[in-house]
Design a protein around this ligand. Structure first.
Ligand code: PLP
Length: 225
């Protein structure tokens, strides 16, 4: 059994038990984040049954997506990092989902360039600093209304990264409330992308539907690039 196989099975057990504790029977998507690892890692994970892969830099993801070419197109790339507007076209060439729609200028660029359906999550700014990346809670509804005017952008819901020095529970609770608010104008936007290696159990408790798990599965960053 290789390291990833072991780690995936341990992760699945922890997810199942967190779902049980939360009394949840809905399904959850685990996006395995392969950043800093090569296409060989993606292939290894694919052979172990993983079909959702996450990347946070286009410069790295684009060549990796080209190097990884299994026979069947039954897998998806999720773009999860901050994206420069001039990389939108490239990102669209391989991504099925964008978890980090975090500003109006990015939305404009997407609207200009999108040619087939893209799933999008609105990234929230949970800090008290309105100048940090992400949509401020007070602007979420208006921003969501702008997203849904484009039929090719499928608004999935909200995404957030819990602050390092914050209690993840209180942050995920905020996210859950904002998700409800967004659903008032976009009833289909029921999904929540929260939870990383260090806080996915808390995220599940507060309704996460898409986990983005890297180091717990792939080992330390940069160890196998
Ligand atoms: C790297 C990354 C993750 C995964 O982080 P781990 O702590 O390695 O699980 C999740 N989300 C985003 C946005 C990331 O950049």
């Amino acid at each position: 059994m290789n390291l990833q196989q072991q780690a995936l099975s341990e992760l699945q057990q922890r997810i199942d038990s967190a779902m049980n504790v939360a009394g949840r029977t809905d399904s959850i998507t685990t996006v395995v984040v392969t950043k800093t690892h090569g296409a060989d890692m993606v292939q290894n994970l694919y052979d172990l049954g993983i079909r959702d892969f996450g990347e946070n830099r286009d410069q790295e993801a684009k060549p990796k997506s080209e190097a990884f070419q299994p026979l069947e197109i039954d897998y998806r790339w999720h773009f999860i990092g901050q994206l420069q507007s001039n990389k939108v076209k490239s990102m669209l060439s391989y991504s099925s989902a964008l978890h980090s729609l975090d500003r109006s200028s990015l939305l404009s660029e997407l609207t200009k360039r999108v040619e087939r359906e893209l799933e999008v999550f609105i990234q929230l700014n949970l800090t008290d600093d309105p100048n940090r990346g992400g949509i401020n809670p007070g602007d979420l509804v208006e921003f969501g209304e702008n997203v849904v005017t484009n039929p090719l952008l499928k608004l999935m819901g909200v995404m957030a990264v819990a602050g390092l020095d914050q209690d993840p529970r209180s942050e995920f609770e905020k996210v859950a409330k904002l998700s409800q608010k967004l659903q008032e104008i976009a009833p289909g936007a029921t999904f929540i992308s929260t939870g990383m290696s260090g806080d996915f159990e808390e995220a599940i408790e507060f309704g996460a539907t898409h986990l983005r798990i890297g180091s717990l599965i792939t080992g330390n960053r940069n160890s196998i690039t």
